[in-house]
Design a protein around this ligand. Structure first.
Ligand SMILES: [Zn+2]
Length: 319
């Protein structure tokens, strides 16, 4: 498993902060799980407070200031909860929107945080229901919370820094975007300007399901290969959402009720180096490094130069 450089949690010193981190999470399925988890308890409700939690760790990035946020947001209702790539968006009836980016260890929670000392922000709502607050919890503190105007929110998706959402990409979108870069397809898939929402874990899984070698230059992919990536993206991400995302060995990612996701049990190649490939049951999964990130693939199922292949996955899904 990839170990990324440790960023200390200044001022905390607790054992949970002071350890190496594993790969970047959450990705699209985990963030979509957060959105679906809080939506029924948040949409239509009025905010009565937005406040910082009592946390001695390095503060997360919050813009504008909490005082300005409270002035603009308190008394407003949440009109919609949605996802933009790997961000949770709470749209208010004023047109402003909270954009929360969990990055490495951020979580949206309805109750029962993994620990109280890494709670960062509380959104408190009116009325008396099962859950009256939503919290942002973040152990490493790399997550961000922004309150954007409607124009600023529009810029997020039209400003050229974020490509179309991975679940909204058509096969034609994939073809056009892959044709523009000679980078290895695995590296290109991590570029959020090319496609929004895919990270290191799901890129390996998608390419395995699509039977594509991760080092193939994106621009050299054939039309059938790109169509397989398109189909595999939908298949893998939708299945991962169904299982509420992947909770890796470090246990960081949790759903909004502080429970494990389930898709880690369905990983075919990610973090399975030297294990027998579950697809062909012959070759061992290989780990390579691309752009300082671990890539996992099966050298038999994902041979370089392979042109077309159709196969049936477990459960009868055909690509
Ligand atoms: Zn294989």
């Amino acid at each position: 498993m990839l170990i990324v450089p440790f960023s200390p949690c200044i001022g905390c010193g607790c054992s949970r902060c002071c350890r190496d981190e594993t790969d970047t999470m959450p990705e699209l399925p985990e963030v979509e799980t957060m959105v679906r988890g809080i939506r029924p308890f948040v949409e239509g409700r009025m905010l009565v407070a937005v406040c910082a939690c009592d946390c001695d760790c390095r503060p997360i990035s919050i813009k504008p200031s909490l005082k300005q946020i409270a002035q603009r947001a308190v008394g407003r209702r949440v009109a919609a909860v949605r996802r933009i790539a790997k961000r949770v968006v709470l749209e208010l009836d004023s047109g402003d929107a909270f954009v929360i980016e969990p990055r490495m260890t951020g979580l949206m929670l309805l109750h029962d945080p993994p620990d109280p000392e890494h709670l960062r922000i509380e959104w408190r709502f009116d009325g008396r229901r099962e859950f009256n607050s939503v919290w942002f919890w973040d152990r490493r503190g790399l997550g961000t919370v922004r309150l954007l105007s409607a124009d600023e929110l529009a810029m997020l998706t039209t400003g050229g820094l974020l490509g179309p959402d991975a679940l909204a990409m058509t096969a034609i979108d994939w073809r056009e975007r892959c044709a523009q870069t000679r980078r290895p397809i695995k590296v290109a898939m991590l570029d959020q300007r090319l496609v929004g929402g895919i990270g290191n874990l799901y890129a390996s899984e998608i390419l395995h399901v699509a039977c594509i070698h991760p080092a193939v230059p994106a621009a050299r992919l054939t039309k059938p290969q790109v169509e397989r990536i398109h189909a595999a993206t939908r298949h893998v991400l939708e299945d991962a959402i169904l299982h509420e995302g992947s909770t890796l060995g470090d246990g960081t990612y949790r759903n909004v009720l502080n429970q494990d996701g389930g898709y880690q049990n369905s990983h075919r190649v990610y973090d399975r180096a030297d294990e027998i490939c579950p697809t062909c049951s012959e070759a061992q999964v290989v780990r390579i490094v691309q752009a300082q990130r671990s890539t996992f693939f099966c050298p038999l199922c994902q041979r370089q130069g392979k042109t077309t292949k159709t196969r049936r996955l477990k459960g009868g899904h055909e690509l």
